[in-house]
Ligand binder design. Structure first.
Ligand SMILES: C[C@@H]1O[C@H](OP(=O)(O)OP(=O)(O)OC[C@H]2O[C@@H](n3ccc(=O)[nH]c3=O)[C@H](O)[C@@H]2O)[C@H](O)[C@H](O)[C@H]1O
Length: 461
């Protein structure tokens, strides 16, 4: 088996973050001569095709997404609907089960990589095919929340807010992860919300984990090895690290005007703030964050969506802000060239929400990293980076409701930006070491090769 070529089917959640992550992995696997059958909604296929680097080996299999009442006609992915209709897209994806079953019966791949379709292992078992749950979030998130959730579910109970604040008793002793009260409360609310007809998000993920033949993570032993072992020991199934996704600088250069604007400031002096592709903040938190950045006295570039209840960034700005920061600060509300901005030599600090991709992008750049987690896995990723790895700092928040003051924001940013500050020096040194490790040209291929070997020796033996 070690030298044989595999046929892998991919069945990712109908959201572009997931479809792209699975396609990225597919490209790496196909580069080693393995065949991929990539199940995707019909319209999404057109958007993914440009990113298929191995059309001879990666074949898209279009799925007809059934219409679900309440969804706009033709909606297939979360991209086609507002946030609150994500659950209906999940229902639609669940309804593709008969089609997926027929496709797999016909294709007979060796293994199916999936994430949210908790019913997939039942289908594959009947067909004599293996299933691997490929998680695009951090292994530490699965370890901290879902391992004990599964035990609780078996007992007909749910994790409580108090339990979520602390790690389970048998958690790796090297871990520093704990949650604040407001985080535990928010997490408990989001995980227990219905996601798809008649099932909560949390049940969906736990059943997927419980029934899959193994797990895959976009991470490495050096960052999350202990968490991966913890998951493997609990579920007694192989937990495979495929290596972190190292971002490539896009070929499109940074917009000329932005590059010119950033270029007028000293190297490493600009504060850059962006909260990923989904985050819409509350207006008061948004304004306090802006005021905190203003208070640092440093030049800044902020790319955040207009906060809730507003249509434009201009109407959301604090009183007099625009006039006060004229010439040294920009706030934008649309899509920004995050990778190109982060790589600009003038940028010295990145304030992030803790999304796994944004954090990884910061780790392979020279910016200092400040995290203000907004939801879900971002709380855990923030602790992992600030506590376990000591490559980031977090803004102090009020325990009960997560409120932070402008002074908290300013002090934290200055702690990593002021020359001579001990915290800043330590973070910079740790980050540099990790950057060198992550940018080792052999890292990606070493991880991928050993992940595929492990897949063959365990699931597919
Ligand atoms: C799995 C899920 O991913 C989510 O992704 P989200 O978009 O928030 O953040 P990132 O993972 O940083 O991903 C965001 C990605 O979009 C890029 N980008 C974003 C906005 C923009 O204007 N320009 C850009 O280039 C950015 O460079 C990064 O690559 C959440 O974390 C969630 O908690 C997690 O479960």
């Amino acid at each position: 088996m070690a030298q044989s070529k595999l046929h892998i089917a991919m069945n990712p959640w109908f959201a572009f973050g997931h479809l792209n992550a699975f396609l990225h992995l597919s490209n790496l696997i196909a580069a080693r001569g393995h065949r991929i059958s990539f199940l995707t909604p019909k319209k999404a296929q057109a958007k993914l095709e440009d990113f298929n680097n191995h059309p001879d080996l990666i074949k898209f299999i279009p799925l007809t997404v059934p219409h679900v009442e309440g969804l706009p006609v033709g909606a297939e992915t979360t991209n086609d609907v507002p946030d609150h209709q994500g659950s209906l897209i999940m229902t639609a994806m669940d309804k593709t089960r008969p089609e997926v079953e027929a496709i797999l019966k016909d294709l007979k791949p060796d293994v199916v990589f999936f994430d949210f379709t908790y019913w997939l292992p039942e289908v594959t078992k009947q067909l004599g095919i293996k299933s691997l749950q490929y998680c695009i979030t951090s292994a530490s998130t699965v370890a901290y929340i879902l391992v004990r959730s599964s035990t609780k579910l078996d007992e007909g109970q749910q994790l409580t807010e108090d339990e979520l604040m602390k790690p389970p008793a048998d958690f790796p002793p090297s871990s520093t992860i704990t949650l604040h009260r407001h985080e535990a409360r928010a997490l408990s609310f989001t995980t227990h919300r219905t996601y798809g007809e008649g099932i909560s998000f949390h049940e969906r993920i736990v059943y997927a984990l419980r029934d899959a033949d193994g797990y895959g993570f976009r991470s490495c032993r050096e960052i999350e090895g202990t968490y991966c072992d913890y998951i493997e020991n609990h579920f007694k199934k192989p937990s495979i690290l495929f290596g972190p996704t190292i971002p490539q600088l896009p070929t499109t250069p940074l917009d000329e005007n932005k590059a010119k604007w950033l270029g007028q400031f000293k190297p490493g002096s600009v504060v850059f703030c962006a909260f990923g592709s989904e985050c819409v903040m509350e207006k008061n938190n948004f304004q306090e964050l802006l005021l905190g950045i203003e208070l640092t006295g440093l030049p800044f570039f902020i790319g955040l969506k207009p906060p809730s209840g507003t249509e434009t960034i201009d109407e959301a700005l604090p009183e007099g802000f625009k006039e006060r920061v004229q010439g040294r600060g920009i706030v934008e509300g649309g899509w920004i060239q995050q990778l190109q901005i982060m790589a600009h030599p003038s940028v010295g600090c990145f304030i992030s929400h803790g999304g796994l991709s944004s954090v990884t992008e910061a780790l392979v750049n020279n910016t200092q990293l400040v995290i203000i987690p907004q939801r879900g896995d971002q709380y855990i990723i923030a602790r992992l980076m600030s506590g376990d790895m000591k490559v980031a700092v977090e803004v102090e928040m009020r325990e009960e409701d997560g409120w932070y003051s402008k002074e908290n924001v300013c002090t934290t940013v200055k702690s990593v930006m002021d020359e001579g500050n001990e915290t800043g020096k330590q973070i910079r040194a740790n980050k540099l070491k990790l950057k060198e490790f992550l940018l080792d040209e052999n890292l990606e291929s070493t991880y991928l090769d050993s992940a595929l070997d492990r897949l063959k020796e365990t699931l597919l033996k």
